[in-house]
Design a binder for this molecule. Structure first.
Ligand code: CMC
Length: 433
């Protein structure tokens, strides 16, 4: 932990004055300079827009090695979890730090399953939205409103209430996402079914209708479960940092997760899977790919290849590898070969992996490139891609939020700035301007 002992330090000289900065050693990964006393000792701040060189906290949850293309949840490689584990076990691991034994797993599954229904009054809240509202807009609103429905789990200082809020959000998020979808397509809400597993229940709530049964295909529910596992956490990304920052003021957990959902919505973050599929559709046919590749390379064109590149992964995205395999399985099962969008995706992937611009800048397909393809094949509209990311990431946000609240050294987040605006000046009456 950051307040532990350190044995090494770096010296910074500012206009002749030497300042010792402790060097903190992580379990794995590069060392971190502790600059907390920098302002007090040197009267300077650091400048780091986008936090590209700044660790905002210490954490025991997730580790990413961007150069090696490695992602660990509590030390376990994502590839092993994707192959051998399942989403609720990963939730347990992220929340409590260790893999559960059989009894702990059963108890956790029971607790989550028993909280999947929403307060009946909440459906009227859904009905207040326009039918054409984006499901992410509905999710931000409904999750934020949970604090108005579940008063008994909003006290952040009570560990039991924090636990109940965590279970409630993990359990209810699929119901909220599915209902946002159902509302947007004008179909009746489908209630959760406790006999189904977490992913299967979500598919059922999305695709069942009262007029006929929906049989959950095990390959599709496994693929959905994998999408959930692969998106479950990703250390201090934009939405997680948003959740931590919101939580640092003592805001209730539902409000904090709603803030995370809002941040995730952006096309540079969780919105990339929707943006990627829309881009593939815009490209339309394989022969138009070179035109879009040229646009992505053009410095004067803001266009970027959606689903390519990552702030941290500069080798490959390990989640994308697993997701690609799932995409092949799902497309094989559904017998989808001649879908033009998917043809464009395959060809674009091939061209970009060979193109010097993308190779030299280490721009590889990321997780969103393949997840969009799978979700499209499953029958989800693009507007549901980011809500599915949000429901999968909820456990990561909660684990990070709980870690922060339980940390005795935690302070309200309050970055400083490099002010470059007007210096002090006097007010001028309107007639004299
Ligand atoms: N297409 C074309 N050029 C790109 C792309 C792209 N997708 N991504 C980065 N570049 C170029 C960029 O123009 C820059 O070139 P130069 O050095 O000549 O100025 C260079 O690569 C480095 O880019 P950057 O913007 O400094 O990198 P970043 O770390 O700030 O951005 C990113 C990371 C994910 C926002 C960016 O790669 C991007 O916008 N990708 C498309 C959106 C996307 O797929 N996002 C999902 C990320 S994975 C899921 C998640 O974390 O939510």
């Amino acid at each position: 932990m950051a307040d532990g002992k350190h044995t090494r330090s770096a010296t910074l000289t500012i206009e002749g004055k030497e300042i010792d900065l402790p060097i903190l050693s992580p379990t794995v990964g590069p060392d971190v300079l502790d600059i907390r006393k920098l302002y007090a000792q040197g009267n300077v701040f650091t400048y780091d827009p986008g936090f590209t060189s700044t660790a905002s906290c210490d954490s025991t949850i997730t580790y990413i090695d961007g150069d090696e293309g490695e992602l660990l949840y509590r030390g376990y490689p994502i590839e092993q979890l994707a192959e051998k584990s399942h989403f609720l076990e990963v939730c347990y691991l992220l929340l409590y730090g260790e893999l559960p034994d059989a009894a702990q797993m059963e108890d956790f599954e029971n607790r989550v399953t028993r909280h999947t229904m929403l307060h009946e009054q909440m459906q009227y809240f859904f009905r207040g939205f326009r039918r054409d509202a984006h499901p992410m807009a509905t999710m931000v609103g409904v999750v934020g409103a949970m604090s108005a429905f579940y008063h008994d789990s909003t006290d952040v200082n009570d560990p039991w209430q924090r636990e109940v809020a965590a279970i409630r959000m993990i359990a209810k998020m699929p119901t909220i996402a599915a209902w946002a979808f159902k509302y947007s397509v004008g179909q009746p809400f489908v209630y959760p079914r406790n006999s189904l597993d977490y992913a299967g229940n979500f598919l059922n709530m999305c695709f069942a209708v009262p007029a006929e049964d929906y049989v959950v295909d095990p390959i599709l529910s496994r693929a959905m479960d994998r999408i959930m596992m692969l998106h479950a956490d990703h250390e201090q990304n934009a939405s997680t940092s948003t959740v931590r920052l919101a939580g640092s003021s003592g805001a209730n957990p539902f409000a904090c997760i709603a803030a995370g959902i809002a941040c995730l919505w952006g096309p540079a973050h969780g919105g990339a899977n929707q943006a990627c599929l829309e881009m593939l559709r815009e490209i339309g046919t394989v022969d138009r790919i070179p035109e879009f590749i040229a646009r992505a390379k053009d410095k004067d064109d803001p266009f970027r290849l959606m689903g390519f590149g990552h702030r941290v992964y500069k080798n490959f995205d390990p989640r994308a590898k697993v997701m690609k395999q799932s995409a092949d399985e799902v497309l094989g099962l559904l017998g989808i070969k001649n879908n033009e969008t998917l043809k464009v995706a395959k060809e674009l992937e091939k061209i970009a992996l060979e193109d010097d611009y993308f190779v030299s800048k280490k721009l590889y397909p990321n997780v969103d490139f393949y997840s969009g393809i799978i979700l499209e094949a499953m029958g989800f509209p693009t507007s549901m891609f980011t809500p599915i990311f949000a429901l999968s990431r909820t456990v990561g946000w909660i684990a990070q939020w709980k870690e922060m609240i339980g940390d005795p050294t935690q302070k309200i987040g309050r970055p400083r700035q490099l002010y470059v605006g007007a210096p002090r000046r006097d007010y001028v009456e309107v007639e004299s301007r």
